[in-house]
Design a protein around this ligand. Structure first.
Ligand code: TRP
Length: 339
């Protein structure tokens, strides 16, 4: 069929298996990944090599890696349509990352906001250099697949610019090798903030109890967290960019991302209602999303061999592409091919 022969632009993205996935990961990334999978040739990886830039417990990392992959599928990514794989299972990621590391100026890496934030929390002497080189690895992930579009949140835009700059530098030094990627801006992507601290992005590796809704939270617990979310002492239920109103804005953002209703319609629906009403409505929406997702998740985790087969298939498909690109880059740089 002619229409199958038209090459779809390639999309690549990944999430670190460094904690349990949250409603923020779902509304900010996974939902978007699902929405574009028919239109693009999508590669979604579980980036465990990135996860070890911070200390991880080995058994837990292994478990979280499987859980993350299963959650991609439970969220609606169809392994017959998109390619799902584990980053560390494809050595080309590490190999290209090294080559790019050698080409990445220290100044560029030190300027990365994420590096500055994460390293500020540690003693200078003990900062792992993986944290510094993190963007070179991310660049390898993207460039190996000639991905044209990369759906990422605002916090990763700088890493994507870095990827473009590095790809350009490589192409300039060694000849056209890599495709320059662009950020894929979500149509209705939501940036979900912490429930306990609505001025910081919801994180899966935050310790405090009422910070995040995890996709595998028991439903009553998820509801309780929403009912306890930080708000303010005003009354109007309106979208707002005022930091003091970040809590209400966050609840409305979650509601909008799930319901798909317009801001105007949502504000109209809550006119004259109280914060308790809003929280109950958000909780109903969130639980309505979590319940079917959890059912699918448990079903596929209980199906012996299913997940392993998906990851094996994904690895084979991804590795074939990654190895071709790696080989080309190695040749360009001047590595002697093994005979
Ligand atoms: N750094 C990304 C994040 O923390 C995860 C990531 C790793 C990624 N490799 C990637 C995202 C490649 C997009 C493309 O969110």
């Amino acid at each position: 069929m002619a229409h199958d022969q038209i090459k779809k632009p390639r999309v690549l993205s990944g999430i670190q298996p460094s904690g349990n996935l949250t409603i923020g990961n779902y509304l900010g990334a996974l939902k978007q990944w699902v929405a574009v999978q028919q239109e693009y040739d999508c590669f979604y990886c579980v980036v465990d090599l990135h996860a070890i830039t911070m200390p991880q417990d080995p058994a837990e990392l292994r478990q979280k890696t499987r859980e993350s992959a299963a959650m991609y599928i439970a969220a609606g990514i169809d392994p017959d349509v998109s390619t799902i794989f584990v980053q560390s299972q494809i050595p080309a990621h590490s190999e290209l990352a090294w080559m790019l590391t050698c080409m990445a100026p220290l100044g560029w890496l030190q300027r990365m906001t994420q590096f500055k934030d994460k390293s500020a929390k540690q003693a200078q002497e003990s900062i792992g250099t993986g944290l510094l080189n993190y963007p070179s690895l991310m660049a390898a992930d993207i460039l190996l697949y000639h991905a044209e579009l990369v759906p990422v949140g605002d916090d990763q835009r700088q890493h994507l610019e870095f990827t473009r700059d590095l790809a350009q530098r490589f192409n300039h030094l060694y000849g056209e090798t890599f495709t320059l990627p662009s950020v894929m801006t979500p149509k209705a992507g939501a940036r979900v903030m912490g429930l306990d601290n609505p001025t910081a992005k919801m994180s899966k590796s935050e310790d405090s109890d009422n910070h995040a809704i995890f996709l595998l939270d028991e439903l009553p617990r998820a509801r309780k967290k929403i009912m306890r979310a930080v708000t303010d002492s005003r009354r109007e239920i309106r979208f707002s960019s005022d930091p003091e109103r970040a809590g209400i804005n966050n609840l409305l953002t979650i509601y909008q991302a799930i319901s798909g209703d317009s801001r105007e319609a949502i504000e109209a629906a809550f006119a004259g209602k109280g914060y308790g009403d809003l929280k109950r409505a958000v909780a109903d929406c969130v639980l309505g999303t979590l319940e079917p997702l959890q059912t699918r998740y448990h079903q596929l985790m209980n199906e012996a061999g299913y997940l392993d087969a998906v990851l094996r298939g994904g690895r084979e498909k991804a590795a074939a592409i990654a190895e071709d690109t790696l080989k080309l880059a190695q040749e360009r740089v001047g590595f002697l091919a093994a005979t």
